[in-house]
Ligand binder design. Structure first.
Ligand code: SF4
Ligand code: FES
Length: 260
């Protein structure tokens, strides 16, 4: 064992001793472009605590064992959507996935599948951001000058019509789980379509996204595997959004004047 490795082992042991004797092993995918030609796994033992999420384990590694480990996170409460990773092969929010779920481990942590890896657990999401802006995820009003000053009241029923889709936090777990997106990078994907529907179903919106959604890269690319909905931590149900818009698109082919 090299001096560096024995120092690291001693640090791991000392850190674990300070937090009780029980530890759980995290097998973390590492990719450091300056030294790795492809991702490799590195194991770290972290204290096992009932109230620790995977993200706490990763932060422990970064703070105590290896400060070079790179990963994204911000809110620690399932809101910012930045901590998505593959945990034992499934896309999960690491701040909402507890170590206790994995017994004695090990827990394998990898970057979200389907996206280029920048470093360690950090992936490139430019493709999603471009697709998201492509579906125009904002209220479109016709013939009105900015700034808009009028009030656009809604009934509770009108809010309910799109509220579920507005809960999306752009965590991209659905893209990572989607077999179509992995095979066809041109597919708009679950969250972008669900967010298009969020605005299509908003009574204040006057936009028309048919040309974007009614295509093989849009809703017709979806083969309804449904994994996007299974992994979604916010119960957005993107699979339902897609199937719903298939009905809308089909209706509009026979009733072209209908909009939603
Ligand atoms: S639809 Fe669900 S899984 Fe997909 S990005 Fe939004 S919150 Fe995440
Ligand atoms: S850290 Fe924000 S969703 Fe997990």
């Amino acid at each position: 064992m090299s001096t560096k490795e024995s120092e690291r082992a001693a640090r791991r042991k000392a850190a674990a001793d300070g937090h009780g004797t029980e530890t759980i092993r995290l097998e973390i995918s590492r990719y450091r472009p300056e030294q790795d030609t492809e991702p490799v796994f590195e194991s770290f033992d972290v204290p096992m605590s009932e109230d620790w999420a995977i993200l706490d384990g990763l932060n422990y590694v970064k703070d105590q064992l290896d400060g070079t480990l790179s990963f994204r996170w911000s809110c620690r409460m399932g809101v910012c959507g930045s901590c998505g990773m593959n945990v034992n092969g499934k896309p999960r929010l690491t701040c909402g996935t507890f170590l206790s779920e994995f017994g004695r481990g090990p827990v394998r942590i990898e970057p979200l599948k389907g996206f280029p890896v920048i470093r360690d657990l950090v992936v490139e999401i430019d493709d999603f951001l471009a697709k998201l802006s492509h579906v125009r995820p904002w209220l479109i009003r016709e013939g009105e000058e900015l700034p808009l000053t009028a009030e656009y009241a809604q009934t509770p029923e009108q809010l309910e019509a799109y509220k579920q889709y507005s809960m999306c936090i752009n965590c991209l777990l659905c893209y990572s789980a989607c077999p179509v997106y992995v095979l066809n990078p041109d597919f708009l994907g679950p969250a972008a379509i669900a967010l298009a529907q969020r605005y299509n179903l908003d009574s204040r919106d006057q936009g028309d996204r048919l040309d974007l959604l009614n295509s093989d890269e849009g809703v017709w690319g979806c083969t309804f595997v449904g994994e996007c909905t299974s992994v979604c931590p916010k119960h957005v149900d993107p699979a339902e959004a897609i199937q719903r818009y298939k009905v809308t698109a089909a209706m509009r082919s026979v009733l072209p004047w209908s909009r939603r």
